[in-house]
Ligand binder design. Structure first.
Ligand code: MG
Ligand code: MG
Length: 258
């Protein structure tokens, strides 16, 4: 069942989303060679909890031990923060953050470069971010879920990059993962109808090579099957009667720290 949210509920989700946007602005300065992912996790946890009523939504979710997911290079999603995982110059790391504020969840991920990265990796980051932007633009009332995946495909097509098909976006609300699923592959006009009040996490995951994945023995970390790098950008978006509203951005009138 797809739950439609009221304007007041969407406002609360946007407040939580603004916390994530602020966090990304701050944590970027911590994404440096030598940093370990456990320290990044602690930074994120403390940043979120410094906001009254907010907690990290991923902590304990399905048994996950971190407060955020930290996925380096060929890791696509669900990397477990660890003091033993250190960033090196030229790496990329996606930080995936869920916030629960006053009972409502928001979900956003960003892939950061650790210093200068090679040109191919820069291209991957740019294409994945463009895919997210196009997908968000497709999240309009009257479109279908398939239009979102089709938008991702239109951006990635011709690059030679792989769209990870086995991982999908999702509805967001009282819990992090709700219906509908939001695949990154799709056909226009196919799938559930998008209606005002739907809140969706849209999250293309794109690799330099294979579109196939596997899960490591830690039973969490998802990596590309061929070991090539992957990028992941995600926003929580409300479908409205007019343009889609991105909820995981700085609050209006608040200057972003970056
Ligand atoms: Mg996420
Ligand atoms: Mg998500």
């Amino acid at each position: 069942m797809i739950h439609l949210k009221t304007p007041d509920e969407i406002s609360v989700i946007a407040k939580g989303g603004a916390i994530i946007a602020g966090l990304f602005g701050e944590v970027e300065g911590c994404v440096v060679p030598g940093a370990n992912t456990r320290d990044l996790d602690v930074f994120c946890d403390e940043y979120i909890r410094a906001h009254a009523g907010a907690e990290p939504a991923f902590k304990g979710l399905y048994g996950f031990t971190g407060s955020v997911c930290t996925s380096i290079n060929e890791e696509v999603v669900h990397g477990i923060p660890s003091p033993d995982r250190r960033l090196a110059l030229g790496d990329i790391i996606s930080i995936d953050v869920g916030v629960k504020l006053d009972g409502w969840c928001s979900d956003s991920a960003w892939t950061f470069a650790v210093g200068d990265v090679d040109a191919e990796t820069q291209h991957l980051l740019a294409v994945t971010e463009q895919a997210l932007e196009a997908a968000i633009e497709a999240a309009t009332s009257g479109n279908h879920v398939g239009d979102i995946g089709a938008a991702v495909m239109s951006v990635v097509s011709g690059t030679g990059f792989g769209i990870i098909a086995d991982l999908v976006g999702h509805g967001v609300g009282r819990v992090v993962h709700e219906e509908p699923q939001v695949p990154n592959l799709g056909q226009p006009g196919v799938g559930p109808l998008l209606r005002a009040g739907m809140v969706l996490a849209i999250e293309p995951m794109i690799s330099l090579g294979s579109d196939q994945i596997r899960t490591l023995d830690d039973r969490w970390t998802v990596v590309t099957a061929d070991g090539t790098r992957a990028a992941h950008f995600e926003h929580t978006v409300a479908v409205t009667e007019s343009s889609p509203r991105v909820l995981t951005v700085a609050a209006e009138g608040v200057v972003s720290p970056t």
